[in-house]
Every structure is written in C-alpha cells, then in structure tokens.
Unconditional design. Structure first.
Length: 124
C-alpha cells in the first residue's frame, strides 16, 4: 500500500516542479511569470510586461528602457545596473527590490510621478 501511494504522489510533484520553471523560457509578454528566473543582460527595451510576475527575478544589467511594467509584481527583484529609463512602473510592486545603480530617468514610478533626470537607485 505504501508503494502505490508514493507512485501517485511522485508524478504530481514532478508536474508541479515543471510548471514552476516553465515560465523562464516564455517570451516577454503581458502576465508572464518569470519569478525566480535569470534574465541578466537582456535587451527588453519597449517590452510589454504588463502585470508580469518578476518576484526574485535577476534583471542585472537588463535594458528595460521604455518597457511597460504597469502592475508588475517585482518583490525582491534584482535590478542592479538595469536601465529603466522611460519605463512605466505605474502600480508596480517594488518592495524589497535591489535598485543599486539602476537608471530610472524619465520613468513613471509606482505612484504615478515621473522620475527626474539622473534618477538612480530609485525615483527622485
């Protein structure tokens, strides 16, 4: 009896693990789930990432200039040295995000204000 129960649980666990990682290979599009993915150094300029799940995603050095990140979930997202110039972050959740050396010049911040020139490490 114990063996048959384990044989039923294993496929379920495998299916969940595959689903959790499948989003890392999805193209940039609205509602994409890239949580925990490594997207360092990509050119995502102008990408439509409306309401994307970017929790714990590594976007170090990624070009997100002009990207639509409205409503994106970016909790603990790693944005070191990322270019978000002119990006739309309206209603984006950035709690715990690592923003060191990230360029936010001209970006629309989560609260709707436009970031000043030379805004780095956050919106000035």
């Amino acid at each position: 009896m114990l063996n048959s129960r384990h044989s039923l649980v294993s496929p379920l666990l495998l299916g969940f693990a595959c689903h959790a990682n499948a989003g890392c290979f999805d193209p940039p599009e609205p509602f994409v789930d890239w949580s925990g993915c490594d997207k360092r150094g990509l050119d995502l300029a102008g990408a439509n990432l409306l309401r994307a799940n970017l929790e714990h995603t590594n976007l170090q050095g990624t070009d997100l200039s002009g990207a639509n990140l409205r409503g994106a979930y970016m909790y603990s997202t790693y944005l070191w040295d990322a270019n978000l110039r002119g990006a739309d972050l309206t209603d984006a959740e950035l709690q715990g995000a690592y923003l060191k050396a990230a360029n936010f010049e001209g970006a629309v911040w989560g609260d709707g204000r436009t970031c000043a020139q030379e805004s780095q490490d956050g919106c000035n």
